[in-house]
Design a protein around this ligand. Structure first.
Ligand SMILES: C[S@@+](CC[C@H](N)C(=O)[O-])C[C@H]1O[C@@H](n2cnc3c(N)ncnc32)[C@H](O)[C@@H]1O
Length: 208
């Protein structure tokens, strides 16, 4: 069957992407054991990072969110083929929809959030399209467990600073700058960046 064309970028501010029919996720509908700690990967693209994580970390559930729907469908298909009961992908606009998506998840379940190599939208007139905004940070804060962490990674220094500022200005996080990636798996983008010998800016945030 012919595959739908996957756009390189989509404009998250376009009407269609601001009005996605996102509904609250019920963990018991998508995971074998909904009580396991939850790792949320925001802007997961093809989802290979959490696919690999889900294969090796059976004591965690992994949820990937992504704005390009065909990538989400393909990733869920691979999840089904491999019968991974601790992995799920959702199509949504993380900037606007995270609050609604996470609305029904029980307290203290969300233990880890990763935001890795988000699209920089370099041009100033496109800055509004960048993924990490105050509303998204507030939704994370509302649901992140007291001992939960947020890992930010990017190869673009000003994006690192911008994301960090969105989190730190809430006054609710303390930050640690990391040299190495603490996770067992690297994202596709991280591998590409490292292969080019470029630096990666990494920050781990914990609730105060
Ligand atoms: C450069 S890719 C990085 C993918 C992956 N995290 C990695 O490190 O390999 C950024 C991804 O974020 C997605 N994205 C951008 N804005 C988004 C939004 N508002 N909501 C959800 N996903 C978004 C893009 O479609 C793209 O797949």
């Amino acid at each position: 069957m012919a595959r739908a064309r996957v756009h390189q970028h989509v404009n998250p501010l376009a009407k269609y992407f601001r009005e996605l029919p996102v509904e609250p996720l019920h963990l018991e509908d998508v995971f074998d054991d909904p009580a396991l700690p939850l790792h949320l990967d925001i802007g997961c693209a093809r989802g290979r990072f959490i696919l690999e994580m889900a294969r090796i970390e059976k004591e965690w559930n992994f949820l990937g969110v992504e704005i390009r729907e065909p990538l989400v469908d393909d990733a869920n298909e691979i999840r089904d083929q491999e019968k991974l009961g601790n992995l799920h992908y959702e199509f949504c606009n993380a900037t606007f929809d995270l609050g609604e998506l996470l609305k029904e998840i029980p307290e203290s379940v969300l233990k880890a959030v990763t935001i890795q190599f988000p699209d920089p939208w370099f041009k100033k007139r496109h800055a509004k399209r960048r993924m990490v905004k105050g509303s998204m940070v507030r939704s994370i804060l509302e649901h992140l467990a007291d001992d939960g962490t947020v890992l930010l990674q990017t190869d673009v220094e000003f994006i690192a600073e911008e994301m960090l500022e969105e989190f730190l200005q809430t006054g609710e996080f303390e930050m640690e700058k990391l040299g190495e990636n603490p996770l067992a798996v690297k994202t596709e983008r991280e591998i590409a960046v490292e292969n080019k010998g470029l630096p990666v800016y990494r920050y781990l945030l914990r609730r105060k």
